[in-house]
Unconditional design. Sequence first.
Length: 190
Amino acid sequence: MRDAAATLAAAFHGGALFSRVQPDPAVRARRLPWLFEGTLRHCRRHGRVLTEGRDAAAGWVPGRRLALGPLDLARSGLVAAPVRFGPLATVRLEQHERPTQRRLVAASTSTTGYLWVLGVRPDRQGTGAGGAMLRRVLDDMAARGLARCLLRTDDAPNVDFYRRHGFEVVDECTDLPSRLPAWIMAASTG
């Protein structure tokens, strides 16, 4: 799981959300792997974690496991975010996460899977590794009876990537306290 978390940390290091949440690139590089380890723990416990060596990683959960309760935060280790990720960074992240989570929960159904995270190591981006990992995720969800995949992206270029793979924007979040946009997207798993 550490390798997958390191892959995700590298993939998201330059993204809009984490650049805003943790502006210092050196601090961000040290703290993101911990954050993604917690995220992957939650995905592994309630859904699935998929990897392609150290090139790509993804984590998903059934839609009913999308909201993190106190027990989920404790079991994943994310309850320690103010200490491990930094108090100000945690506040900034929550300003973005809480309202988008509410909107995701509202868009979810009993046959929805939520793609919590998908990332490709920067030197492998543009090689088809992301599309291949996304196809694996959709196939995995379909095999478990989930007909629809929901995701959120915080980077405008990713919207086009997901559109090329059959996703449509179902909610454009431009009114978030973080002042960053987010796009909630959905596609059939079949």
